[in-house]
Design a binder for this molecule. Structure first.
Ligand code: SF4
Length: 535
């Protein structure tokens, strides 16, 4: 048996490679990026395809296409990426899958590098898709191997939900012998794959029935287990844990020298019989799960007049934030009225290191010129997006007024223009523009909306590790022109300190134009230049 030291993300990638993968699809986003990067690195060795997609929706659709032809496919994204892929994801819950299909989605409780704590388990439940929740890197590997088989046995897509601590920490993982690639086996049931209302009315009850059968599977699967305490501190109390929470609770028991019965859940749908068995004789249970109170809400409903439930909803474990060992010790001690161990406070002053744009970053020069141009043009607002350039919101630039989600800048500027704002400006990067700004720009071009769009073309998707964008330079220029932007108001600048005055004048002239202008600020990310030099 091969043993490897792997990140949780890499364990999912290795398992997919070992499972006879046909293809990997994905869009970068922390903490999921390393799944795809690992798969990309080993693609030729294992003989599958791995190409970044334009956005998460496209990635999911490409994976679904591979599943359609009978091959195993994995699609990777971060939790908010699943919002972008929600349409095909939810529809695939109705249609099902053919070749094994896994959506590996990494959530970010605690928002280390995300705009929210969104919990992907709700999407799985909403789409009637089974969901695995690994507690260790080994489980990430084992569950992924199992998930491909489950996907084919039940003809369903599967969600593999990771969280940051699993995704980005390393452990030794024992790998299993590889499976053969499925080979081509094209789906031949048009009634299933053409989701006309007449077909959907038959497919949806079938999906509900499949989800019920998955519930039965959940009753006996190895990831859902009651762990009776050898010497329980209180037989009327129990703790329900999901994913990483299991590790922390076990450690807290050890440190506090106390324990109660535990129900460990690593596969959803929630098994009602197992749950009822666990709750028997319990007057109080604590829920310890990373993310939203997903299981807790369902337990509250199932328990009825049963045990009191402590968790996120009553604030017992805290309404928000990532779980960690300290929180587990504190919660278990309070739940079981146990004394907390004496700890020595160590006073360490860690200097604050707020994130900032790299010295010499081209975005600094674009924002400086934009600020200059806006000095005499008010009221103005700058709608921006997700990328390194979001840091333009911070001092000393203070250059942007909004950042909501991928591609929002273009639509928001257009809406603000329609609402009467005199100088609406949208600023986004080449990668984000291609991810989800194109369609909004098409609408603005059709109406010649009086707004200015600045596309920061730095030749890469810098923030997530410098993945290739779909179009840069002359190709990006042609794409924008092809959307119908007036060539007289499609401009290019070189964001350099020496060109500050010239660039501010050009931006100002376009701000004064009462129609749509697009300015492409073209200069390569300096990190990429540095990497190329040292390669
Ligand atoms: S990585 Fe590149 S784009 Fe991002 S801040 Fe640094 S220089 Fe700018």
């Amino acid at each position: 048996m091969k043993k490897m030291l792997l990140l949780g993300d890499e364990a999912v990638g290795q398992a997919a490679a070992d499972a006879g993968l046909g293809g990997a699809f994905g869009y970068p986003g922390t903490p999921s990026t390393e799944i795809f990067e690992y798969l990309e690195k080993h693609a030729s060795e294992y003989g599958y395809s791995a190409i970044w997609s334009g956005n998460e929706k496209v990635a999911f659709e490409e994976a679904l296409g591979m599943s359609y032809v009978g091959k195993r496919a994995i699609v990777t994204m971060k939790h908010v990426g699943l919002n972008v892929a929600a349409d095909p994801f939810v529809c695939s819950g109705v249609i099902g899958a053919h070749g094994g299909l896994i959506a590996a989605v990494a959530d970010d409780p605690g928002m280390h590098s995300s705009q929210d704590e969104q919990d992907s388990r709700y999407y799985a439940s909403f789409a009637k898709v089974p969901c695995y929740e690994p507690a260790t890197q080994q489980q990430a590997y084992d569950m992924t191997r199992e998930a491909f088989k489950l996907s084919e046995d039940f003809e369903t897509p599967v969600l593999m939900r990771l969280v940051t601590r699993i995704a980005h920490s390393r452990a030794v993982v024992a790998c299993q012998p590889p499976d053969e690639n499925n080979g081509l086996g094209i789906a031949d049931d048009p009634d299933k794959w053409v989701i006309l209302p007449a077909h959907a009315r038959r497919l949806y009850p079938a999906a509900l029935n499949r989800y019920r059968r998955l519930g039965e599977y959940a009753e006996n699967c190895r990831w859902n287990k009651i762990q009776p305490a050898a010497n329980p501190a209180d037989k009327t109390k129990g703790i329900i844990v999901c994913g990483t929470g299991h590790n922390y609770i076990m450690e807290a028991f050890e440190i506090l020298g106390i324990a109660v019965d535990v129900l460990r859940l690593g596969f959803h749908p929630i098994p009602p019989k197992l749950l009822a068995k666990f709750l028997e004789g319990k007057s109080e249970v604590m829920l310890f799960e990373d993310g939203y109170p997903f299981v807790e809400e369902r337990i509250n409903g199932l328990a009825g007049a049963g045990p009191a439930v402590r968790g996120r909803l009553d604030g017992f474990i805290g309404e928000t934030g990532e779980l960690d060992p300290d929180r587990a010790i504190d919660c278990v001690a309070r739940f079981l009225n146990a004394a907390k161990p004496q700890t020595k406070q160590v006073s360490v002053t860690i200097p604050a290191r707020p994130p900032k744009l790299c010295p010499g970053c081209p975005h600094i020069d674009t924002f400086t010129a934009l600020n200059d141009a806006l000095e005499t043009r008010q009221p103005a607002r700058v709608f921006s997006d997700i990328g390194c350039y979001t840091l333009g919101a911070l001092p000393p630039l203070n250059a942007i007024n909004s950042c909501v989600e991928m591609g929002a800048s273009v639509g928001m500027a257009k809406g603000a223009a329609q609402g009467g704002l005199k100088y609406p400006v949208a600023v986004l990067g080449d990668g984000t523009f291609e991810h989800s700004g194109l369609t909004s720009l098409l609408g603005a071009a059709r109406e010649n909306t009086p707004m200015t769009l600045i596309i920061l073309d730095n030749g890469t998707t810098a923030m997530t590790g410098a993945q290739d964008s779909l179009a840069n330079g002359a190709k990006l220029h042609s794409v924008v022109a092809g959307l119908g932007v007036d060539p007289a108001h499609l401009k290019k600048i070189s964001p350099l300190p020496a060109k500050r005055g010239e660039n501010a004048a050009l931006i100002g002239a376009e701000l004064d134009y009462a129609g749509l202008s697009v300015i492409i600020a073209e200069r390569e990310c300096i990190q990429i230049i540095g990497k190329r030099r040292t390669a």
